[in-house]
Design a binder for this molecule. Structure first.
Ligand code: PRP
Length: 220
């Protein structure tokens, strides 16, 4: 693609991403929230937005099909994000990855018993590393959504999922029993794009960095 493409994903995070991009002087010609178009030109010459599934953002940027991307640290950790330059913590999408169980379960005792524990998650790689580091043996079950259902229906003893307000856990009678890792969204950049399209890419990184600081100042 001529110019520079920034990979974004739809969903809740877009509500924070679009104002941050606007602060950095990047405004799409149409709203990605309502448009069915997957490539959206912006007011900034040579810069377009491409709309992907969150889990695909690192892959597009890794292969250089998109030059930059905005992805949650959860997605980057699960993907591996090998070879991606990560110049900025955008300080949006603040939440955490946590282990959660049904309310009333004695999680510490379950872990101590050492019996194999079943853990369901979209983040099986992150979960595997988390439990391995603690020396806890778990059987992992890969899911693609509605993870909160797994402990309710007895598919798993625990889940590893994102917790933001905690409302979803609460509504499903679950509680967070361990924090895995704090999460925010990051800017990722293809290293070859940074070299070959530096005149376009570098100012974008700087504008986004300034927008992050400005936003932090406005919130404080
Ligand atoms: C995430 C996560 C939880 C929920 C937690 O899902 O999987 O279900 O948000 O947020 P809360 O603590 O504020 O209730 P999301 O809405 O991002 O959709 P997803 O299931 O497609 O990941």
């Amino acid at each position: 693609m001529n110019g520079v493409a920034i990979a974004l994903s739809k969903g809740r995070i877009l509500d924070e991403t679009l104002p941050l991009l606007a602060r950095a002087g990047i405004v799409p010609s149409k709203s990605p929230e309502t448009s069915r178009k997957l490539v959206l030109p912006t007011c900034r010459p040579g810069v377009s937005l491409v709309m992907l599934r969150a889990q695909d953002v690192p892959t597009y940027v890794q292969y250089g099909a998109a030059d930059l991307g905005i992805a949650g640290k959860d997605v980057l950790l699960e993907h591996g994000a090998e070879g991606l330059y990560q110049p900025l913590d955008l300080r949006i999408g603040v939440c955490r990855l946590a282990v959660a169980t049904r309310r009333g379960v004695d999680w510490a005792a379950t872990v101590q018993r050492g019996a194999r524990i079943r853990v369901a998650s979209k983040y099986v790689n992150v979960a595997r590393e988390h439990f391995a580091a603690k020396g806890v043996h778990v059987d992992l079950i890969k899911l693609y959504g509605s993870m909160e259902l797994a402990p309710i229906l007895g598919l798993a003893d625990a889940i590893v999922d994102l917790v933001s307000t905690g409302n979803t856990l609460k509504a499903n009678d679950l509680v967070a029993v361990e924090e895995v890792v704090p999460i925010t969204s990051r800017l990722v950049v293809n290293p070859a794009s940074l070299k070959l399209k530096r005149a376009l890419v570098q100012p974008l990184i700087e504008a986004l960095g300034a927008a992050v600081d400005e936003r932090a100042g406005a919130i404080a």
